[in-house]
Design a protein around this ligand. Sequence first.
Ligand code: CO
Length: 145
Amino acid sequence: MTTRLAHANIAAPDAAALAEKFHRLLGLEVAAETVVAEQGVRVLLLAAGEGRVEITEPLGPETPVGRFLAKRGPGLHHLAFGVPDIDAALARLRAAGARLIDAVPRVGAEGHRIAFVHPETFGGVLVELVEEEDHGARGDLPPAR
Ligand code: CO
């Protein structure tokens, strides 16, 4: 199993203001900005080495992230881990009795298969699994002779 930290996601009322702070104080650059209308969010992606920081700003109060901000305030929303085989990862979690938010993977905003695991499984932190076909077991194999 090869798992890497793909991104940390922060919920913020003003994504641009927080991104500017990450840039000014830590040198992180905004790599992309997207609006995911069906989830009601604007997302800024900050490059941080091989991983990234996502800052998610709700487009209104009656969105999942809007409700998260009202209830919990700004802060860490979830951690995302890249896995080579999301079906195998979900099967392992299910066998261990983990509480899955997504019993079957769905397709995320960037076209990857993703699934969320309830915060009670990992110390109170919402965890996202992202299937990354270009990394993992296959990428770790020595080149064929
Ligand atoms: Co995410």
